[in-house]
Design a protein around this ligand. Structure first.
Ligand SMILES: [Mn+2]
Length: 267
């Protein structure tokens, strides 16, 4: 059995299928993991989500910012943007089933002992086990009677810095932002505006993976997506960036866990 981790799919069903064919992914034997942002922006969000759902136990994912926004919209919170091309998905008879399925997914997941997958990365003050515990709280909340109030309170850029003393609502918002929207930090504060590659960023900003995490052991690998302008370049062998901007005409990336090789498919 092979384990593969795919970067941001963003509704690019044909690209996903081409990449899986190139890697000889066997949907009966292998397992596909995803870094989230399964949908939005690309042309085939419905087909992408149905295909991944139909993989059953041979697929798992974390939630990205677009997936969480889809869940919120399914609850009447926020409007779909025309650029997200989600109308067909949201009007389809399977939409409620697909949303229920997504709502059971976590923000962080361990495909094996020394690997953590999340959409945007791991906030540098957190250990992997702390990140997993914080993710479990959000996952449980999404499956509870509090899901609607959580979704309503989820949006916003504050607080920008973690503290163990944050009250529940602010703690959950920070956890969602760190796991699904983080790119740069200014000190320990999340900065949400800058999306460019590190060589072009203001000096005071550091990519999250360049802020030393003294709770992260050297034998641990972090896999993330979300940041297309990085084009996978983190300059660290244990930090694997898989968003390589397929939806923007570049490449879709697939990490084979057993061989540590990356397979790419160009748009
Ligand atoms: Mn994203």
């Amino acid at each position: 059995m092979n384990n593969f981790v795919v970067g941001d799919i963003q509704g690019c069903y044909k690209g996903l299928k081409s990449l899986l064919n190139k890697a000889r992914f066997n949907p009966q034997q292998d397992k596909l993991w995803a870094v989230g942002d399964l949908i939005a922006r690309g042309p085939n969000s419905l087909e992408s989500l149905k295909y991944l759902y139909d993989l059953g136990e041979h697929f798992d994912t974390v939630l990205g910012n677009h997936d969480l926004h889809l869940i919120a919209m399914a609850h009447g919170i926020g409007e779909p943007k025309p650029a997200d091309k989600l109308t067909k998905l949201m009007n389809h008879k399977s939409f409620p089933i697909l949303v229920d399925w997504l709502m059971k997914k976590p923000l962080a997941i361990k495909p094996s002992k020394n690997i953590l997958i999340s959409h945007a990365g791991l906030y540098p003050a957190w250990s992997i086990s702390k990140g997993l515990a914080l993710s479990e709280d959000i996952q449980a909340t999404l499956q509870s009677d509090n899901a609607l109030s959580f979704l309503k309170e989820m949006y916003g850029n504050t607080p920008d810095t973690w503290s163990d003393d944050l009250k529940l609502k602010m703690r959950r918002r920070f956890v969602v932002n760190a796991f699904t929207r983080m790119r740069y930090l200014n000190g320990m504060a999340l900065e949400f505006k800058t999306k460019c590659a590190p060589s072009l960023a203001p000096q005071e900003l550091k990519p999250w993976f360049d802020v030393h995490n003294k709770k992260l052991k050297e034998n641990k690998t972090l896999i993330f997506g979300h940041w297309a302008s990085l084009m996978g370049k983190t300059n660290k062998s244990n930090i694997i960036g898989l968003d390589t901007g397929f939806v923007w005409g570049k490449e879709m990336s697939l990490y084979h866990i057993e061989s540590q090789q990356i397979i790419r498919h160009s748009a």
